[in-house]
Design a protein around this ligand. Structure first.
Ligand SMILES: NC(=O)c1ccc[n+]([C@@H]2O[C@H](COP(=O)([O-])OP(=O)(O)OC[C@H]3O[C@@H](n4cnc5c(N)ncnc54)[C@H](O)[C@@H]3O)[C@@H](O)[C@H]2O)c1
Ligand SMILES: Nc1nc(=O)c(N)c(NC[C@H](O)[C@H](O)[C@H](O)COP(=O)(O)O)[nH]1
Length: 229
């Protein structure tokens, strides 16, 4: 039984995750960042792709002292299990995600990952090996449930989110629409990758809630499971 998987992302009003330079930018406002910290603190694990690690160098740590205390009071580590999807073990050994904050990490690599790169990382993280070219997400999800992961938050980016939708591995998605325009035909979007072509392939969503947050809007969607997924 795989974990419950929910995606959380912030996009500009024109649907971008970042600029064409793909560097870290603030799209969320303060209230959304507080919300993200809260849902992160309630998750058993949080996952990003290597593209996000290389672009943002995120720590993915829980920030607010109240949220940290909430985890400690439950006997949990300060941070959820942090997972990087990284086919070729390109995670820099000095990446913040490996050094900031306590708590376990997993770096998921493919069979193609160079052994010496894996060895440079296995001091800081457990290594999951699965998949010929890309990480086999379905097998990873089964392994995560053996780690006791019941809820998994996915932070992005768009390439990873595409694969998860393609494999029918997403249960909910939060989209925060920020009050800015980024533009750029090649700027990253929430779901990149090859994209669906036929309308009957499109994952269908049910809108669970919609509310104003900061100067933008937050939507929570449930992925409607049809026969194909
Ligand atoms: N605004 C937000 O909420 C938000 C959140 C996260 C990331 N971002 C932005 O997204 C951009 C990074 O996104 P991205 O699409 O370049 O990279 P990504 O973070 O989606 O990582 C994708 C990479 O993961 C690896 N990978 C291994 N196995 C895979 C699999 N089975 N499926 C998919 N990928 C697999 C591949 O190398 C692939 O290129 C950055 O600009 C970052 O700032 C924004
Ligand atoms: N919710 C959200 N709003 C944003 O405006 C934005 N740019 C991100 N991007 C997600 C990316 O992964 C971030 O870089 C880390 O989530 C933050 O980095 P830290 O964990 O604080 O180190 N996420």
């Amino acid at each position: 039984m795989r974990p419950f998987v929910f995606v959380n992302l912030a996009m500009s009003a024109d649907g971008k995750l970042s600029t064409i330079e793909r560097r870290q930018i603030k799209i969320s406002g303060n209230d959304d960042f507080s919300r993200v910290d809260m849902i992160k603190s309630d998750a058993d694990a949080i996952m990003v792709g290597i593209g996000t690690v290389l672009a943002d160098n995120p720590s993915l740590t829980v920030k607010s002292p109240d949220n940290i205390a909430k985890r400690k009071n439950k006997g949990l580590d300060q941070n959820p299990l942090r997972i990087v999807i990284d086919s070729n073990a390109k995670t820099p050994p000095d990446a913040d995600i490996l050094h900031k904050g306590e708590g376990p990490r997993i770096i998921a690599v493919s069979d193609k990952a160079p052994q010496e790169k894996i060895e440079a990382l296995n001091e800081y993280a457990d290594i999951f090996v699965g998949g010929e070219e890309k990480v086999d997400l379905e097998t990873l999800m089964e392994a995560l449930s053996e780690y006791g992961v019941k809820t998994l938050m996915v932070e992005g980016g768009g390439t990873l989110i595409w694969s998860l939708f393609k494999s029918g591995l997403v249960d909910e998605i939060y989209t925060c629409v920020g009050n800015c325009i980024i533009g750029g035909e090649n700027a990253p979007t929430p779901v990149d990758g090859e994209g669906f072509i036929k309308e009957d392939e499109f994952p269908k969503l049910e809108l669970l809630s919609l509310k104003k947050i900061d100067d933008g809007a937050l939507m929570r969607w449930k992925v409607v499971k049809d026969k194909k997924h």
